[in-house]
Ligand binder design. Structure first.
Ligand SMILES: [Zn+2]
Length: 207
């Protein structure tokens, strides 16, 4: 399928994700960002623009970037400031979509568990919603990275964390939010829903 044929469909899926996540309170203000892979050779990513309200996106707002994060084609609008993080995840995991939310529970847990470098989720049925997990008897380690406004530094730390935790389905940035991914937009969306559920369970239990 050509890049042009895939773009409107993937753009529509990301717009729908934005509406759904906004209604759940996971991307308030202009927070969060989403991407989907249009092509792999060369890499082309469809990504939400910087400072866009994710509950009110339109298909036309989405931008295409190359493997270095440079805008391809239409140059109106600026790709998300966190584009480099999306590219690191796509390259490390072969993901087809990357979704990033700023929820209340991911913010709280990422601060509370920051000194341990991550948090373990175990023993819960909802873990089976993560790709490849077939039993509640599973330990999911979610690494937590210190937040950083320097995207070069943060993306290289992210690269190291992804390499060091090859089984991880997600990464938290402390005091900031959640990154997860999937082969498709639907799988990445499912991972966000599962993880946000699990974070709320753990956060409520720890109080
Ligand atoms: Zn963010």
């Amino acid at each position: 399928m050509s890049l042009h044929m895939k773009a409107p469909d993937l753009a529509r899926q990301l717009v729908d994700v934005g509406r759904g996540f906004y209604s759940r309170g996971w991307v308030m203000g202009t927070s969060g960002n989403f991407s989907a892979v249009l092509a792999t050779r060369p890499l082309r990513l469809l990504i939400t623009p910087s400072a866009a309200h994710k509950g009110r996106l339109s298909v036309r707002d989405l931008l295409q970037v190359d493997g270095d994060g440079r805008t391809v084609g239409r140059s109106a609008g600026k790709p998300s400031a966190e584009t480099r993080l999306h590219l690191e995840i796509v390259k490390a995991r072969g993901a087809g979509a990357v979704l990033h939310t700023h929820s209340v529970w991911s913010t709280i847990l990422s601060e509370r568990h920051r000194d341990r470098g991550g948090l373990t989720i175990e023993g819960l049925e909802m873990l089976k919603g993560l790709d490849g997990v077939t039993t509640h008897d599973h330990q999911e380690w979610v690494p937590i990275l210190a937040n950083d406004q320097d995207m070069g530094r943060l993306s290289s730390r992210l690269r190291g964390t992804l390499a060091g935790h090859s089984a991880a389905h997600a990464i938290l940035l402390s005091g900031h939010g959640l990154y997860t991914w999937g082969r498709t937009v639907a799988e990445a969306e499912r991972h966000i829903e599962i993880l946000e559920f699990l974070f709320e369970v753990i956060g409520t239990r720890e109080r």
